[in-house]
Structure formats: C-alpha cells, structure tokens
Design a protein around this ligand. Structure first.
Ligand code: SF4
Length: 214
C-alpha cells in the first residue's frame, strides 16, 4: 500500500477498517495519531480534509473483498466515525440491503466510537443504527467523570455533560443493538469500578493495553 496516499480502507486482522473522517470531538491522551504521524501500521490515515463518500468507500471495500474476503467491516479511523453519522449509516445500509455485492448482506458491521454521538447530534441516534450496526465498541475508559475529562479531553461543548451522554449512548446501544462493549485502556484506572459500570450499563467490558508511542 502506498503510505503517502490517504488510506480510506485498510486491513487489520480479520477486518476491513474504514477511515471516514479525521474529525473528532475528543483529543484522548492515549491517541497515537500524532505520535504515529497519522500512520497506522503502514497506512496513512491523514485524509487531508477530503472525506470519502459512501460510494467511494463501498467501491474500495468491494475491491478488497474480491482480492480476499474479510470477516468484519469496521468504522474506525484516526477520527470519530459518527462525526459522519449519515455517511456511516449509508455505507452500512448499502451492505445490509444487498446493494454492495459481492459484499454479503450478512457481513458483520462494527462501530468503534468514543460514544459522544448523542451529544454531538443533540438527539438519541442509537435507534437509527438498528439493523445496520451489529456491534458497537465504546471507548469509555473509566467510571470516574473527572478522570473521563482528563483522559478523553473533550472539546468544550461536550466537556461538561459528555460523560453522562456517553453512558446514555452505551445504555441505549446495549438495549437496541446485538452487541455492545465498553472498552478501556488499561493504564492508571480502577478496572473493577470500570467493569462494574460497564455491567450496569448493560455492556461487556473490554480492557486493552495502551498502544506504544514511537
Ligand atoms: S476518539 Fe479516537 S481518534 Fe479521537 S482522539 Fe480519541 S483515540 Fe484519537
């Protein structure tokens, strides 16, 4: 893959990852996009402001599928996918309605998110994902609101009420979507409290080590 060209879709493990946007309502302390200079394991995720259309994403995904099928279609980039909520749903809808063949309509579609979509869009967007997003992984990171602000560094409009909105998003997702995980970087947090909060919200907790700076 040409590391200089912006990467819209990239392979990682068994999935095809989709880089919809570089915009993000948080500046997480553990985000490696600056330390890794927008590179992710050989792919340049810097879109340079040119966000791809759903048609472009699906065309690239079809090419990838034809080269070698994958098990998951994952919205996850150096940026928050739900900043392009409609484009994200359009991609998923094309797959789930069989209008993206050879991609099968049974292809699992996952969203990796910081969970701020309800706060950003000013409404509960989770019901709109029903039937389109199979699995959601929400980067919650802590059970403590102060620590959440310190770790996630939300932009000003979402700093005050953001944590509550993320919890609401997880609660809704765990009720409406087939699978909801609350994730955390396992570094300096109270993991037991985190797991307990995830359980109260109806989500499965998942801890991961920090990505190394380089
Ligand atoms: S949500 Fe993702 S892209 Fe945004 S700052 Fe955090 S780790 Fe980086």
């Amino acid at each position: 893959m040409d590391a200089l060209k912006p990467t819209i879709v990239y392979r990682y493990k068994n999935g095809l990852y989709v880089n919809l946007t570089n915009r993000c309502p948080t500046a997480c302390v553990f985000c490696v996009k600056h330390a890794w200079k927008m590179d992710y394991r050989g792919s340049n995720l810097d879109l340079g402001g040119a966000e791809p259309s759903p048609a472009e994403v699906i065309a690239l995904a079809k090419e990838q599928w034809t080269a070698a099928p994958f098990e998951e279609f994952v919205f996850c980039g150096y940026g928050e996918p739900t900043m392009r909520f409609e484009a994200m749903l359009t991609c998923a809808r094309l797959i789930k309605t069989g209008r993206a063949e050879p991609l099968p309509r049974t292809l699992r579609v996952r969203l990796n998110t910081n969970g701020l979509a309800n706060a950003v869009w000013g409404r509960n967007v989770v019901p709109e994902m029903k039937g389109l997003i199979d699995s959601v992984h929400v980067s919650l990171n802590t059970a403590d609101p102060e620590q959440w602000r310190a770790l996630m560094r939300p932009l000003e409009p979402w700093a005050a009420g953001g944590f509550e909105k993320v919890k609401e998003f997880i609660r809704e997702a765990s009720l409406i979507l087939p699978e909801a995980f609350a994730t955390a970087v396992e570094d300096g947090i109270d993991t037991e409290q985190f797991k307990a909060l995830a359980a109260r919200l109806g989500a499965e907790p998942r801890l991961r080590p920090p990505l190394e700076a380089r």
